[in-house]
Design a protein around this ligand. Sequence first.
Ligand SMILES: C[S@@+](CC[C@H](N)C(=O)[O-])C[C@H]1O[C@@H](n2cnc3c(N)ncnc32)[C@H](O)[C@@H]1O
Length: 253
Amino acid sequence: MDELTKQYFIDVFGSLPRCGPGSVETTRRAYSCLKDVPANPKILDIGVGIGISTIELAKISKGTIFAIDIIPEYLKRLKEKMDDEDVQNITTLLMSMDDITFPEDTFDIIWSEGSVFIIGIERGLKNWKDFLKSGGYLAFSDMIWFNRNAPRALKEYIDTEYEGLPKMLDNGQILNLIKKHGYKLVAYFKLDEKRDWWDNFYIPLEKSIPYFRNKYKDNKKYLDMLELNVKEIENFRKYSDFYGYMFYILQKK
Ligand SMILES: C[S@@+](CC[C@H](N)C(=O)[O-])C[C@H]1O[C@@H](n2cnc3c(N)ncnc32)[C@H](O)[C@@H]1O
């Protein structure tokens, strides 16, 4: 990610309650699927953004959490939130998800909400497995196709959004990859459209658009990125039967 894009993300998404679809209820539901985890599990949380789900994870797991992201400003905001809420069991680290420098077999749990698309589910499943202990859990949420017979306008939009990234998959493809890479599927569920997408993400994003349109009126690159976000919201309003977010909870065999 280049520096200008990073700055855009800090500006626009750093001002929202969270940087992608989700909720504390969804984090709790996914965590409740993990069975027999140690009393103080060691957890790697990948692509934490400003860390709303990381804070929740720290509270419910009572574990030791290593929170990684490549945007220092997001990690700074997470630290501020930790102070505000007196949460101490999180260590923030500037580290990329495709260059994790922990020893193998370190973690009881690897967590990733809305971030694995950056390297793609297959690379995530393959590369992150080494850092999990045997029997450890990998829990991630990602956007997927529910129905590939989508209108052309939506397919074109998704292609634009995923330009330079691995392609968006469907549930069947993901289940095959889970098997291929030696995980047991523990559970999977769809994120709640109203709460996780609209109330927590798109409505706050939509409200901020006029402010950023004005702020970026002389910056074509940022204006174009903003209009892509506007289109993203419009598409979800029209086409959410065709795609959405799923949470997958897996166990390393
Ligand atoms: C859609 S946001 C999700 C953030 C957060 N988990 C949430 O649910 O609100 C994706 C996050 O991945 C981070 N990210 C992007 N590339 C990354 C990389 N190579 N390694 C680690 N994090 C990365 C971004 O900075 C951003 O915080």
